[in-house]
Design a protein around this ligand. Structure first.
Ligand SMILES: Cc1cc2nc3c(=O)[nH]c(=O)nc-3n(C[C@H](O)[C@H](O)[C@H](O)COP(=O)(O)OP(=O)(O)OC[C@H]3O[C@@H](n4cnc5c(N)ncnc54)[C@H](O)[C@@H]3O)c2cc1C
Length: 581
């Protein structure tokens, strides 16, 4: 972009006092849905595991037209917009990062926009920006269908949009990252003009507000829906993941093949509606619990399953024994809550916890992380929550694999495992339905358990270094070996992940006094040498640098850098300048 065009755009933005802009927001969405001030906005400005920064306001539109008007007001006032859905991202991608931006930041929280429209006889859905995966699952269940993704945070309210905008992965081996080419969104063109783009494949007319109002009310007939305009899921992934001799990872956030408009956009545009495929529910799935002390036995298992099984498994989740133990102790309350009350109440609980954290923080004499400490203490009063056979495997084996297969694939898996473990030193058992459900729930609470550990042991823990990595599909040596220099800085290493996809979450709890950033950079060097890609599925947020393909995708989506600037260590300043001014 030429300097004169940049100057031209800068001169066209309307200077707006903070109070004036907030008054405009209040007119659009109502006073109750605009939050300002540190305490009221804290929950939206702080990430689940990392990330926090300053924001002028948090605005919560109640309709798509309000969302559009809020965005238009932001663009006119030349403020930064950070779109936020459920804010469960782990890399600070939906929260501001510090206060070194050149413009005010406005967080647009879409959590109130929860509608879902089932179309095409149930084989597709159109979701509005706040719809959650859990809600989608409940909507589709009576139709015998299920959503594209199951991720660890489905149970704590992660949204459909967060998944697509992050290319989130999750457990399902068949389906790969959340992806669609069918979206309605707004972008800001190089000349600074706000533009509505309807690539949803639904005829809604040319006027943005009228189109969005129709979309919001679901005023479209099957005849308005066009087919064959683009993919509404990654239809190649099953074939791709089976290619175990390929020298590249199966999936990772910067993979150019999965960056398309809203998909992978990480807030570099504002999406209003996404159209996604749905899938038949797997009934009668079976879970096999596998233990091994030799990593090579799981390597062989993965390669033979992916290359030889006629029925690709539904999922294959890995946990190291240390991750198992931390999840058992520090994820127990979340486990018990989901087990007793289901997933529906969990987002409410997390909101409540946010309010308590806010309240307790006001009293400086109280210990830090009081809510976490109290919940942790209460959880210890409850009896052991894990099935006996699973705990026995924990005592016998260091490496754990939860293999879930469809009813039609159960015999194949059963026969294979019986033969495989005649030779191998590991072992397995077929779970009852309850054991299978609890084994997966235990795996899912691990990411949150690490955060709890840091809170409860804040006196001796510097921080968490969390890596989210994708190994090459042909990688045999998947368990890393760290040099002593790094080992001595680490209190605990937690390895867990999506084993068949070769996507691993490696969380390191760093001892107090060590430089986490320096350690992380050393780990990146080791990963580079192994040909790994990172992040795999949590997206760059403010933790990882965006690789060139991702960076240029962001610049193409958002040439003026008005959406979520700084993501992937890119410039935080207007027009991607190097410095403010
Ligand atoms: C316990 C736990 C387990 C997890 N397990 C997994 C897992 O198994 N797999 C996985 O991939 N992730 C996992 N995650 C990470 C996280 O939940 C996912 O990244 C999720 O998809 C984020 O959804 P969200 O609704 O919270 O989105 P947010 O965090 O609110 O946003 C995510 C990104 O999308 C952008 N965005 C949101 N709405 C819009 C919009 N309307 N327009 C444009 N951009 C938008 C945001 O700006 C941000 O960049 C886990 C997190 C936790 C806490």
């Amino acid at each position: 972009m030429s300097d004169s065009l940049r100057r031209d755009i800068a001169s066209r933005s309307v200077p707006q006092t903070d109070a004036g802009l907030i008054a405009i927001f209040e007119t659009i969405v109502g006073r109750a849905n605009v939050s300002t001030g540190e305490k009221a906005t804290r929950r939206y400005r702080t990430g689940f595991r990392s990330g926090s920064g300053k924001a002028l306001a948090v605005v919560k539109p109640g309709s798509l037209v309000e969302q559009w008007k809020v965005l238009a007001a932001c663009v006119k006032a030349n403020v930064i917009v950070i779109p936020q859905a459920s804010n469960t991202g782990l890399t600070g991608g939906s929260t501001p990062d510090g206060d070194n931006y050149d413009r005010d930041v406005v967080i647009v929280s879409t959590a109130r926009l929860k509608k879902i429209y089932v179309i095409s006889g149930g084989s597709e859905v159109i979701c509005l920006p706040g719809a959650t995966l859990d809600q989608l699952e409940r909507t589709l269940k009576p139709l015998g269908r299920e959503p594209h993704s199951v991720i660890g945070s489905s149970c704590i309210g992660a949204s459909v949009f967060g998944g697509v905008c992050n290319n989130s992965g999750g457990t399902l081996v068949h389906r790969g990252p959340a992806y669609t080419e069918l979206a309605a969104f707004a972008r800001v063109d190089p000349d600074g003009a706000l533009r509505f783009v309807n690539h949803l494949g639904v005829c809604l007319g040319d006027q943005p507000e009228a189109a969005l109002a129709r979309l919001d009310r679901g005023e479209f007939a099957e005849g308005d829906i066009q087919h064959g305009l683009g993919a509404a899921s990654d239809t190649n992934y099953a074939r791709h993941v089976r290619d175990i001799d390929a020298d590249t990872p199966a999936r990772y956030n910067a993979d150019p093949q999965r960056l398309y408009e809203a998909s992978g956009s990480a807030g570099k545009l504002m999406a209003f509606a996404l159209r996604l495929d749905t899938f038949p529910i797997e009934t009668g799935a079976k879970v096999f619990y596998i233990g091994a002390n030799r990593p090579s036995e799981l390597t062989g298992l993965r390669r033979q399953i992916l290359s030889g099984f006629a029925h690709l498994p539904i999922s294959g989740e890995y946990m190291h024994r240390d991750a198992f133990n931390i999840a058992e102790k520090y994820g127990k309350d979340t486990f018990l809550m989901i087990d007793r009350f289901g997933t529906r109440r969990l987002p409410t609980f997390f909101n409540l916890k946010g309010s308590w954290d806010n309240l307790f923080e006001r009293f400086g004499f109280l210990p830090a992380h009081l809510t976490d400490r109290v919940l942790q203490a209460i959880s210890l009063l409850f009896r052991s929550h894990l099935p006996t056979r699973i705990k026995e495997f924990r005592d016998r084996f260091e490496h754990h694999l939860l293999l879930k297969v469809s009813a039609s694939g159960a015999d194949e898996a059963r026969d294979f495992l019986a033969r495989y473990f005649e030779q191998a030193s590991g072992d397995y058992f077929e779970c009852s339905d309850e054991e299978g459900r609890k084994a997966f729930l235990h795996r899912f609470v691990t990411a949150g358990a690490v955060v709890r550990y840091r809170a409860v042991h804040s006196a001796r823990v510097e921080d968490i270094v969390a890596l989210d990595i994708a190994l090459r599909r042909n990688e045999l040596d998947w368990l890393e070996h760290l040099p002593d220099e790094l080992e001595q800085a680490i209190e605990l290493k937690l390895y867990y992940g999506h084993f068949l996809c070769h996507v691993f979450h490696q969380d390191y709890i760093i001892k107090r006094g060590y430089d986490c950033l320096e350690l992380e950079h050393k780990m990146w060097n080791l990963l580079d040498k192994r040909g790994a890609e990172y992040p795999a599925e949590h997206n760059v947020g403010h933790l990882y640098p965006a690789k060139p393909a991702l960076k240029s995708f962001y610049e193409k989506l958002d040439p003026c850098n008005c959406f979520n600037p700084g993501i992937g260590h890119t410039s935080k300043f207007a027009m991607y300048r190097d410095a403010e001014g």
